[in-house]
Design a protein around this ligand. Sequence first.
Ligand code: ASP
Length: 418
Amino acid sequence: MSLTIKILIAMAAAIVLGVITHFVLGSEPAEGVRYVLEDLLANGLFLLIGKAFVASLKLLVVPLVFVSLVCGVGHLSDQSRLGFMSLKTILLYLVTTGIAITIALIVANVLNPGVGIETGSTAADFKAPAPTPLIDVLVNIFPSNPFKAFTEAAMLQVIVFAILLGMAIGRSGEYGKRIANTFTDWNEVMMNLVTIVMSFAPIGVFSLLFGLFARQGMGNIDEMIIYMLAVILTLALHAAIVYPTMLKVFTGLSPITFLKKMRPVQLFAFSTASSSATLPFTLETVEHKLGVNNRVASFAVPLGATINMDGTAIMQGVATVFIAQAFQLDMTLVDYLMVIMTAMLASIGTAGVPGVGLVTLAMVLQQVGLPVEGIALIIGVDRLLDMMRTAVNVTGDAMVSTVVAHTENAIDREKFNQ
Ligand code: ASP
């Protein structure tokens, strides 16, 4: 049985059993039943396994990105291409995010998710989160202490340091070659470590989802159903139409093969709701299954997991229209353009961990003068949407990496088609 099938079965079983458990717990069962389901399983065993699993994934992220990127840049024969390649990658990431948010605004204006929503006391009691100012996000890209960057898992800083070190290695002749070869060896070892952790994915995914659904059930969906539908529809359009079209047009490669190979990564992103925790898996898939050469993948994938969040931008677009409608405030064309701009920047500032998209949504709302308290209205249904948008986020990272690899002549088409 392939890993995808195993993860799929684990996911489906966890959601069904989790929802049933939530239902049983809500109907005030006998003390013994409650103890087993809630204390022993949902908040005990499965919480432990789920947390241990996510921790072991996070553990991989910094060393994997560092080793892989130093290896990729260190072996680059023509370093002058690095600047051009980075520019292309960043530009593509911004373009896909821009398209995502534009579609989200259109869909939200057609479905009108916020019309007739009671804003009432939920919004009044809410304390708005404070997003990091954008200027700080940009200044924070430059590390002053690499060890601090490692310990804090500041990914953009780790990326900058790895690129600089890789460049220096590439320019150091014989000495550099020896070190670059050591990094190649380490890269292989790290990839094997990823494979080991991944083999625990089905049980990890089951534990994460069972606990989540047992505690939360399906959430308070009722009047939020149109909002949720608008987000889900846009996510689906983006993943099933925009990405495949771009892939086909730019590279001629088969979108079906691409989506098939990305499926386990998507399921995984769905279960963890974190692009960052999924990063080892995305990188492994992009390199070993989609055939993208390490010199492109090692740079484009971690960068994407940090700055490219199309799914998050989609949620922010729909949420902005939803909140404006719920509070009966009009948005002008300039407001819409502002939303597109700020959501693109917010995407850069959103860390790839669960729920951060809601924090950076505050930045978008403030920019166009909408009430930040509106976030209180959508917070209740955000977890499920977070899982879905994270799956789109990682798909975008892989698609752009494949396109960039194609333009850089760094893709093994045979491996892709295998
Ligand atoms: N959970 C998302 C991610 O990791 C970020 C977000 O939208 O909150 O990609």
